[in-house]
Design a protein around this ligand. Structure first.
Ligand SMILES: CC(C)(COP(=O)(O)OP(=O)(O)OC[C@H]1O[C@@H](n2cnc3c(N)ncnc32)[C@H](O)[C@@H]1OP(=O)(O)O)[C@@H](O)C(=O)NCCC(=O)NCCS
Length: 182
């Protein structure tokens, strides 16, 4: 399985993050984007973005985290990643740059990548943690019929109230797990 390039459809593809996109990531990952992300401030200078990309590339080489840039007709549209793969219960996250939000990109990426991850990685399930005020993010997974398996607060400065949805290999294993949890 190669994770370097994942084709979502004729217009959207994911490519493993690299320094070529440092400027675009820095320019678009701003205060509004991080409103519901576990980060108090966006990077203050491009060096912070470069460090993030370098460490993401290193994690990719080690196989612990896969981080991609999202391209729409070859244009930079955002980033997504599957993190802590070695735990067997990794989590998925994404952001779409403001100008490209509301066009269906986020939904296509989440739907494709949760299925891709469960198919291609040796994991039990994939978490989709979302702050319970982040309606747009919750909306992305509504059609998948996922359930909340855990709720918790994260953050020291900014606090997030996280609902943890989980994507299992099949709907049946998801509901089996839910029943076991009860
Ligand atoms: C959450 C996010 C990824 C959504 O991406 P997106 O590409 O804008 O979403 P889509 O265009 O695929 O829209 C998905 C759904 O949200 C709805 N939606 C989109 N923009 C909306 C808006 N401004 N207000 C309300 N609903 C909206 C759409 O109608 C769609 O629902 P539908 O399929 O039932 O019609 C994007 O808003 C984002 O990057 N936010 C900041 C980072 C973030 O919160 N990431 C998620 C962390 S869990």
């Amino acid at each position: 399985m190669s994770f370097e390039c994942v084709r979502i459809d004729g217009q959207i593809k994911l490519v493993s993050i690299c320094l070529n996109y440092a400027q675009e990531v820095f320019d678009t990952f701003d205060k509004d984007i991080i409103e519901f992300l576990p980060l108090d401030e966006p990077p203050q200078n491009i060096d912070e973005t470069i460090s993030f990309i370098n460490s993401s590339m290193e994690q990719g080489r080690k196989g612990t985290d896969y981080v991609w840039t999202i391209l729409h007709n070859e244009e930079f549209a955002g980033c997504c990643g599957i993190h802590s793969i070695q735990t067997k219960q990794p989590h998925f996250g994404l952001w779409i740059r403001k100008e490209m939000q509301g066009k269906g990109l986020g939904k296509k990426v989440v739907h494709h990548m949760l299925a891709w991850g469960i198919e291609n990685l040796d994991v039990e399930y994939i978490k989709y943690p979302v702050d319970n005020r982040n309606k747009r993010s919750t909306q992305l997974i509504r059609d998948l019929g996922l359930s909340i398996h855990d709720t918790y607060e994260i953050g020291t400065g900014k606090k997030l109230q996280v609902d943890e949805y989980r994507y299992y290999k099949s709907k049946s294993s998801s509901s089996m797990k839910q029943n076991k949890d009860r």
